[in-house]
Ligand binder design. Structure first.
Ligand code: MN
Length: 701
């Protein structure tokens, strides 16, 4: 029965006293938190985190990983908050536990199953600290070791997830020993019959072969001794799942696979590996084409070894792996081996991924020395530390997006129509701003409405090219149709002054004009007018014949508030319905509405080519911002008072800022949105009613 004391003893061989005590404290905390909870097997729950910590101790992981292992189910299973753990054990440990909990919550089964690889990447992206993955792997390993107590269905689900997600992750991280155990335990749970049959066959074969194996081992050892080489020769067993995969994948018979005798020779240094190779090639003839130098050219996950196959006596094939002890350690524990070698000396693990990055760096350097292509190296790096976020659609499909992507990027990635008609989003079932950057593992749902249109403001936060292109395209279309409709109104207004209209103008006349302007469609002409590139009255006169005079009784054009992108309200004078206004046309930009007496347009005010008489339509809609300047005596809770007065008049405060002029008087600038002048008057009246208000001014240029 493992105990915390036994673990503490083991830990003291490589951790300091203080650190061992912290691990102890985490254990007792977990014991108390899980008090009364039992595992399926009937044991006290705390035996599970203790076992997980033991697995990490085998890999000589640091004390923070071990503490996180002790606490890894506390948030999930006992309702203790992350903040409480942070107060007790510090931010790093709390973050680790939180990360493991998030991975635990991710339910692979309910999601799309064909996306195992994306799922692996998502897991990696979710773990900002690679130790989260290592703790999770240890957790999963202990659960796999104790899988028998679960019901058949649950057992299969966990086994499948292990084979499809966690074994490949262990492989990416070079953690061979864990990967093998995952695969064999997973295989056993998924296919108990097949696994048992292969196990029996292996056992039988081993019994039959014992004599040959011993003989080969002896002759290998002897051969090393002759050359004066120190090395450790051992017979190597293939793992059951490996045999199974070979039988299926390469369609080989069991006997064919088992007829190979496998050995491993472990030596002290790299140089010796090559000497051993020479010696064994001298002993038995090597099989051509089977020699692989993974020392010079390591595998993507950092695996290093020499592989060769020999013709033994009577022609039996002998597979041999030759490597140093350090390579053996690396081959078994991968990224975790890095903690083992580097943990002495620098006590404080540097930042989140620093250790893992060192490992990756080491692997990359090995690859570079081996002259592998840059592209390949990049792919290793990206696999480990993805620059992408991985999120779920409501149906469980995984979408891969660049880091920083928002719900709008997501919507366009799903489908252009979804993007174009998107109005809001839910992230993990809660309404969230469209501009919020997405986090890996979230489920994103887009709320769309028929007829909704992209918002130009989206361009400020989308990161994918697809979203950007489609938003621009949609806005362009929208702008065109709005320009056409404004252009038509502008042109008709002038024509009406001549007792004419676009419909009454003879078609050949219109056609002749289009030819003259080198335009194809009447819409192109109207768009030009709407955008301010052509003057409506010039076009009107050309249409009617040059002899006509400018109409004198030209009525103003009514603004409805629904003109869209092609019409905007000047920021300098912020006109609102009820104000006398004038429209300023500037080429390419459409029309900007100014106050009649705005200083910014005073020079062009009477130039009919630049300015056009406007009025407000009776049914004008929308919210209009005005800026108010309120001088008042300084008093407590003044902002709240102002806000509630504006609110009481159904106004909305968009922006507020305050200057204290002296100790007594304050000046507050308010941007308030209102429907029209009458509404504004109501707001001002409410504000005036406040005690201490000295002066209210509407600001304009
Ligand atoms: Mn657990």
């Amino acid at each position: 029965m493992p105990s915390i004391d036994a673990l503490a003893d083991r830990l003291s061989t490589y951790l300091g006293n203080d650190q061992v005590n912290l691990v102890r404290r985490a254990y007792f905390y977990a014991e108390q938190a899980h008090d009364g909870q039992r595992r399926r097997s009937g044991e006290a729950y705390v035996t599970h985190p203790l076992a997980v910590a033991n697995i990490l101790a085998d890999m000589h992981m640091d004390h923070q990983s071990l503490m996180a292992a002790m606490l890894h189910d506390v948030i999930e299973d006992t309702g203790i908050a992350k903040e409480a753990l942070q107060a007790q054990f510090g931010e790093t440990v709390a973050e680790l536990v939180d990360g493991v909990s998030k991975l635990t919550q991710m339910n692979f089964e309910t999601k799309a199953e064909a996306q195992a690889e994306n799922f692996q990447k998502m897991a990696m992206a979710m773990a900002r600290d690679i130790r989260v993955i290592l703790v999770k792997l240890a957790d999963r390993l202990h659960n796999m070791r104790t899988l028998e107590v679960l019901s058949g269905e649950k057992r299969r689900r966990i086994a499948k997830e292990t084979l499809e997600i966690y074994a490949p992750i262990a492989n990416r991280l070079g953690m061979h020993a864990i990967r093998i155990e995952f695969e064999d335990l997973g295989f056993k749970a998924m296919h108990p019959m097949r696994s048992a049959r292969i196990y029996q066959a292996v056992k039988r074969a081993r019994g039959n072969r014992k004599e040959i194996v011993n003989k080969i081992e002896e002759s290998l050892s002897h051969c090393l001794a002759i050359d004066g080489i120190q090395g450790e020769v051992s017979g190597r067993q293939k793992h059951l799942y490996g045999i199974y995969k070979k039988m299926r994948g390469k369609r080989r018979a069991f006997n064919e696979i088992m007829d190979v005798y496998a050995f491993r020779i472990i030596v002290d240094k790299v140089d010796t590996c090559y000497r051993v190779l020479g010696a064994v090639h001298n002993l038995y003839k090597p099989l051509p084409g089977r020699f692989k130098d993974y020392i010079a050219i390591p595998k993507a996950n950092g695996y290093q070894s020499l592989h060769t196959t020999l013709f033994g006596m009577h022609g039996v094939p002998i597979e041999i792996q030759i490597r140093t002890r350090e390579m053996e350690e690396m081959a078994n524990n991968g990224i975790a081996a890095h903690w083992l070698y580097k943990s002495s000396g620098d006590e404080q693990p540097k930042g989140t991924h620093a250790r893992a990055r060192q490992w990756v760096k080491g692997v990359l350097e090995m690859q570079q020395r081996a002259g592998n292509s840059l592209e390949f190296i990049e792919s290793v790096k990206i696999d480990l530390f993805p620059d992408e976020v991985y999120v779920f659609t409501p149906k469980g499909r995984i979408m891969e997006l660049p880091k920083g992507s928002t719900a709008v990027d997501f919507a366009y990635a799903v489908h252009t129509d979804v993007g174009n008609s998107c109005i809001a989003c839910r992230i993990n079932r809660r309404l969230a701003p469209l501009s919020e950057p997405l986090q890996s593992g979230s489920t994103v749902e887009i709320v769309s409405a028929p007829g909704a249109r992209p918002n130009p403001a989206w361009l400020n936060f989308v990161v994918t090219g697809k979203a950007r292109t489609h938003i621009r395209h949609a806005l362009k279309l929208q702008r065109r149709s709005e320009s056409i409709s404004l252009g038509e109104r502008l042109l008709n207004k002038v024509l009406n002054g001549f007792d004419s209209s676009l419909e009454k103008v003879p078609a050949e006349r219109v056609k002749a004009m289009l030819t003259e302007y080198r335009l194809e469609l009447i819409e192109d002409l109207l768009e030009d007018i709407g955008l301010g590139n052509r003057m409506a009255y010039v076009v009107a006169r050309r249409l009617l014949g040059d002899g006509e005079q400018l109409p004198s009784a030209e009525g103003p054009l009514a603004i409805r508030g629904t003109e869209g992108l092609v019409l905007s309200y000047a920021k300098c004078c912020t006109p609102i319905p009820g104000d006398p206004i004038v429209g300023h046309l500037s080429a390419g930009k459409g029309m900007v509405v100014h106050l009649d007496n705005c200083r910014n347009i005073s020079e062009v005010r009477h130039n009919p080519e630049k300015c056009i008489q406007l009025s407000w339509a009776k049914d004008v809609t929308g919210e209009f911002n005005v800026e108010l300047r309120v001088e008042l005596e300084h008093q407590r809770g003044l902002i709240a008072l102002l806000a509630s007065s504006v609110n009481a008049a159904d106004g909305n405060i968009e922006k507020i800022s305050m200057d204290e002029r002296d100790g007594r008087i304050s000046v507050v600038q308010l941007v308030v949105s209102v429907h029209d002048r009458v509404h504004l008057a109501r707001v001002i009246k409410k504000l005036r009613a406040l005690t201490g208000v000295i002066r209210i001014t509407r600001m304009r240029a």
